[in-house]
Ligand binder design. Structure first.
Ligand code: ARG
Ligand code: ZN
Length: 466
């Protein structure tokens, strides 16, 4: 009973008048009603992600030549149709597609901006699992984000710094590029033997032959595409297992090594401290990638293994690792809710300082609140930054953290920390929205918190009273 659409079409062809049948045939094999949407419906990034299917697993096999900047890749996606699909999109920008199959059969495809539009040889049915294999090659280039920063595959003097928030994943693999869709990953990267390729999760294999080394990484826990990395460089590598059984892999640019060492040494204690506060660390693998990349200007919470463009300070280490709970394990449903990532990771920094003989969170709050109404901190409300240009703006980070501090004062420490932990636990490996969080806070505290969140997340300008 699989090919219902085909049966229906055949039934039509035999019963309708000849002229109409000819018209239907001219419309082609894809009936217009069952194309997957070109975006996941995100108001800030309308083309990010795609409709009509979920990717269960990505198997990426890459070969990178740092001297020429050439990348060869094969991406095998195991996906499931969430509707009948005569056609679907992948997000993929730049690189040349040299082959594409759906369930091992060559499939028609065309490029339309960042959309790779695929017409499988026969329609897919709702609920059906299918396999898409894309081979590609070329010289990957980053995209420029709405805020002007580089994102995606960013070449460096000895390899590439690979970070994808919010849109860069599509510069190096075809993806359903929206955090709504999370998947497991196998990432296998071959590089010259004097380089290291570091991706997410746990290193499951490494071998060298004919002057090339292949690194095979496996990320089992669901991951949003923007958190994937395959950073390549000359790195000093350190590996160990923590007391909690977490496999740590640190890869450090030798030029950043002496400055990084004292901070990276604290990683196990930072993860333990965060686990006490937020619940068990959500992944099998952990670590750091420190890759000197002067054009980047930010760090990213790449899943299980944050990526730094230079030696991080301790607060940045705390921030990126806090994202493993808030942002990576608990993912956004819409980029508009970005404060759920950045406000929480920033508040983790405040808490760390407070509990390690630094300023109290209240002092940090007070310093920020003292800024005049004209300060950029009050330029827009963190719960509604307005556009993709603002998602990494100061209000999202600092006022987002201020909103959490206000919540803490309103409900008291015990309840506040219960809320934080419940958020990470109840949505572990999944998704959350601001509405879910407000609901959880109200349920846990038994208080009406509507006006608090209204003021701190949504009100324009500087709130009158803290
Ligand atoms: N999420 C990163 C952080 O830890 C910031 C990423 C900024 N990315 C960008 N394309 N501007 O705060
Ligand atoms: Zn952050």
């Amino acid at each position: 009973v699989r090919p219902t659409t085909v049966l229906r079409r055949e039934a039509l062809t035999v019963t309708v008048p000849v002229a109409l049948a000819a018209l239907l045939a001219a419309a082609g094999p894809a009936s217009a009603g069952t194309g997957g949407a070109s975006g996941a419906g995100d108001p800030y990034f309308p083309l990010a992600g795609n409709g009509g299917y979920h990717v269960d697993h990505y198997d990426l096999t890459l070969r990178y030549e740092p001297t020429s900047g050439h990348l060869d890749g094969t991406a095998v996606l195991t996906a499931r149709a969430t509707q009948d699909l005569s056609r679907f999109d992948l997000d993929f920008k730049g690189l040349k597609v040299t082959g594409l199959t759906v369930d091992h059969a060559p499939a028609e495809h065309r490029r339309d901006g960042q959309e790779l539009v695929v017409t499988p040889p026969r329609p897919l049915f709702r609920g059906e699992e299918f396999r898409v294999a894309v081979t590609y090659s070329g010289t990957p280039k980053p995209v420029t984000d709405p805020d002007g920063s580089l994102d995606g595959w960013i070449p460096t003097d000895d390899g590439a710094f690979v970070a994808g928030e919010p849109q860069g994943a599509m510069t190096w693999f075809p993806a359903n590029n929206h955090p709504k869709d999370k998947s497991s990953y196998d990432i296998t990267v071959t590089v010259p033997e004097n380089r290291t390729a570091v991706a997410n999760g746990v290193l499951v294999g490494q071998r060298t032959a004919h002057g090339l080394t292949t690194f095979h990484w496996r990320q089992r826990e669901p991951m949003a595409a923007y958190l994937a990395t395959a950073t390549v460089g000359k790195f000093k590598v350190e590996q160990y297992t923590t007391r909690d059984g977490i496999r740590v892999y640190n890869a450090v640019d030798p030029r950043e090594a002496s400055e990084s060492a004292p901070v990276l040494k604290k990683l196990p204690s930072v993860l333990e401290w965060e686990s006490k506060l937020f619940g068990p660390y959500p992944f099998r693998g952990a670590g750091s990638i420190v890759d000197r990349a002067p054009d980047v200007g930010y760090a990213l919470e790449t899943q299980s293994r944050p990526l730094y463009d230079s030696a991080p300070d301790l607060s940045t280490l705390v921030h990126e690792n806090a994202h493993q709970w808030f942002g990576d394990s608990v993912s956004l449903t819409s980029w508009k809710d970005i404060w759920l990532n950045e406000g929480f990771a920033t508040y983790a920094e405040w808490l760390y300082r407070e509990q390690h003989s630094g300023d109290t969170a209240q002092e940090t709050f007070d310093d920020l609140y003292a800024r005049p109404a004209s300060d950029g901190l009050w330029a827009f409300p963190p719960g509604d930054p307005g556009s993709g240009e603002n998602i990494f703006g100061t209000p999202v980070y600092a006022r987002g953290a201020m909103a959490l501090h206000e919540l803490r004062k309103a409900v008291g420490d015990r309840t506040f920390f219960r809320i934080l932990r419940a958020w990470a636990t109840e949505h572990r490996g999944g998704h959350g929205t601001t509405a879910h969080f407000v609901n959880l806070a109200e349920r846990t505290s038994g208080k009406d918190l509507n006006s608090l969140f209204q003021t701190w997340l949504y009100q324009d300008g500087k709130p009158n009273t803290p």
